[in-house]
Write a protein that binds this ligand. Structure first.
Ligand code: ADP
Ligand code: MG
Length: 635
């Protein structure tokens, strides 16, 4: 007796439906994609009971004639794909030709559709995938599909549904994603008669972002618009001072569709490294465009996952695209005078270990994410970007700072940024050339004239520039400058040999870690030797470091080296540099020589990369004339 049998078609349909139709939101996603593919300018989604009993999607797209309307519900019926070769060059959103069949097999459907060329439209009624009724009908051009009683014939699936509110939220999320992907289409979403979303469809991503993500999110955004080889990255990211406590505000799109991707998240967050406070995450709406041959969107039936041909290239395109935009973003955070919305995200939070930017749990999660992402660019051959340790042209001598005759050259990220007020730098050379030329000799942004008013509380330097007042945190500023200097150094930071070697007491494990990493520490200006019994002697320390700090710094470095076995070399390096920079930087509360102060101000005002200390605290805040006038009720 034969045991292998072909599944009856309705069973096969139900299995396919299980792949495509998970919940109301997945139905909406498919119907929206069809409406977009149909060239609609307006799309309205209405739902009741979280979409379980009633879902209606109407569009003013191309519509279908009577014959197509019926065929559309057959499995593998599609107008979008004719031959297997087409799969590699998919331009439309739908391509499997099974969404309508799958949805129809688990619901009751009413379809009304008309093409612009037909005088009469078509009305079609289906239940569990079978056509019950088809008739001509009067209707406007376009398509309206009503999906009722989802999963009425598969009660097992019903059990997996969440509350109406939760399902409705996912439906809204699906509409929002499409609205962000298609700013030229006006989307509306009504839940139980209440309008949840209405986008203008004016073609501007900024207005789509504003309507979808709200005023609060849209206030502090930096525009990203970068192009590199085959990759184009567009959208908006939050500024480092306007981040949030979770990743919910990160929205990625690749090849025109919303995607979830650890790779993209990791690349985004890498762009903010050394600029973010502990436990803070950037938000974004980022659209990655790339040629179809470089991306496989056919991985998952519901198509929220994509596979990139070169993960490394995608990672770099996102990381450096965002980094370039952040570096270019003009201005410094304005002071928030309303005490309830102060710039510190959580002033009452317990003070963290100053040198750690994440707690262990966060770190582990993040490291896991990164582990799945490609490492930093291993070679620079075809890159036009500066790799992370790429030396910049900046050389700073401090402390004590020496007044320089020529202004420093700002660090530059070469991805072109077509947005923003400042003029883009001269065209970078084509990607095939070595990276060097674009890094150098870029025109300096003109620094508007300013004058240093003085210092208050032995901590904040006050500067008047045009019609605003700048307040610099001298420690944060110096720390960042040193950090960049160390990081960019072509040669190891100069060490100072100690007249008499300094013994430092560490634990056995710590001492072991220090000795194991002697070469790395030497790169940073430390020379340590074994002294036995968990002690080491320091023969040399970095020139920037005061002798009185050497012992504590080494103890902290030792702890980080132990930690670093988990964090990986790049993060470890940065952590070590944070520590040295922090310790070597001038201290808040201490007297600072006015010449040093002036040099700090000159650096901060002329360099784009000095915006946040390596722990993510702002270096400089702005108080504008209009803010003052408002406070003094002058305006
Ligand atoms: P696919 O989108 O993968 O082609 P679907 O099952 O989603 O498969 O749709 C089948 C076909 O029905 C589409 O190829 C298209 O020709 C037609 N269709 C579906 N929805 C619409 C719509 N809103 N307007 C016009 N045509 C539509
Ligand atoms: Mg489709």
């Amino acid at each position: 007796m034969s045991v292998v049998r072909q599944l009856p078609p309705h069973v096969a349909d139900l299995i396919a439906a299980g792949e495509v139709v998970e919940r109301p939101a997945s139905v909406v996603k498919e119907l929206l994609e069809n409406a977009v593919d149909a060239g609609a300018g307006h799309i309205t989604v209405e739902l009741k009971n979280g979409g379980m009993t009633f879902l209606r999607v109407s569009d003013d797209g191309c519509g279908m004639d009577a014959a197509d309307a019926k065929t559309a519900f057959l499995r593998h019926a599609t107008s979008k794909l004719h031959a297997p070769e087409d799969l590699s060059a998919i331009q439309t959103l739908g391509f499997r030709g099974e969404a309508l069949a799958a949805i129809a097999s688990v619901s009751r459907i009413d379809l009304l559709t008309r093409t612009a060329g037909d005088t009469a439209g078509t009305s079609l009624r289906l239940e569990g995938g079978s056509v019950l009724e088809q008739s001509p009908a009067g209707c406007p051009p376009g398509t309206t599909i009503i999906v009722r009683d989802l999963f009425f014939n598969t009660p097992a699936r019903m059990k997996f549904m969440k509350s109406d509110a939760a399902e409705a939220a996912q439906v809204l999320n699906a509409v929002q994603n499409q609205a962000l992907c298609h700013p030229d289409i006006a989307f509306r979403c009504l839940r139980d008669g209440q309008e949840q979303l209405s986008t203008p469809g004016d073609g501007s991503l900024r207005s789509a972002v504003y309507t979808v993500l709200g005023r609060e999110f849209s206030k502090d955004l930096t525009e990203v618009d970068s192009h590199w080889e085959d990759y184009t990255l567009r959208g908006f990211v939050t500024k480092p001072e306007a981040t949030r406590g979770n990743r919910l505000a990160q929205r990625f799109f690749a090849a025109g569709r919303p995607v979830k991707s650890k790779l993209l998240t990791a690349a985004l967050e890498r762009a903010y490294e050394n600029q973010l406070l502990a436990g803070r995450f950037p938000g974004c709406v980022l659209m990655l465009e790339l040629p179809p041959r470089l991306v496989d969107v056919n991985v998952h039936p519901a198509k929220t996952e994509v596979r990139f041909l070169s993960e490394q290239d995608v990672f770099d395109a996102v990381r450096y695209g965002v980094q370039g935009a952040l570096n270019r973003a003009p201005g410094r955070p304005e002071m928030k005078l309303n005490p309830r919305s102060g710039p510190h995200p959580n002033p009452s939070a317990p003070k963290r270990n100053f040198y750690q930017t994440m707690d262990t749990e966060q770190f582990r999660k993040f490291a896991d994410t990164l582990a799945q992402a490609p490492a930093a660019p291993p070679q620079v051959v075809k890159r036009i970007f500066a790799p992370p340790s790429k030396p910049s042209e900046v050389t700073l001598s401090s402390p004590p700072a020496v007044m320089r005759s020529e202004p420093p050259v700002p660090k530059e990220t070469p991805m072109r940024n077509a947005s923003g007020a400042d003029a883009p730098p001269p065209e970078p050379p084509p990607a095939s050339q070595p990276p060097e030329p674009v890094q150098q000799n870029l025109p300096l942004p003109a620094v508007p004239s300013y004058h240093v008013v003085g210092e208050v509380l032995n901590t904040y330097i006050i500067v008047e520039q045009e019609d605003r007042i700048l307040l610099l945190d001298k420690h944060a500023a110096h720390e960042r400058i040193l950090f960049e200097k160390f990081r960019a150094a072509r040669e190891p930071p100069a060490g100072q040999l100690l007249l008499s070697p300094l013994p430092v007491r560490l634990g056995r494990e710590e001492a072991g870690a220090v000795l194991e990493n002697a070469a790395l520490l030497f790169d940073f200006g430390f020379e340590a030797e074994d002294f036995g019994g968990g002690q080491v002697v320091l023969r040399q320390i970095p020139a920037d470091l005061d002798l009185s700090q050497a012992e504590t710094v080494l103890q902290e470095l030792a702890a980080q080296l132990l930690e670093g076995r988990r964090t990986g070399p790049e993060t470890l390096r940065d952590n070590l540099l944070h520590t040295i920079a922090c310790k070597a930087a001038i201290k808040a509360g201490w007297y600072t020589d006015p010449r040093e102060r002036d040099e700090l101000v000159a650096q901060v005002l002329s360099r784009d990369d000095i915006k946040y200390c390596p722990h993510g605290r702002p270096v400089c805040m702005t108080l504008t004339r209009s803010q003052l006038e408002r406070q003094f009720r002058r305006s």
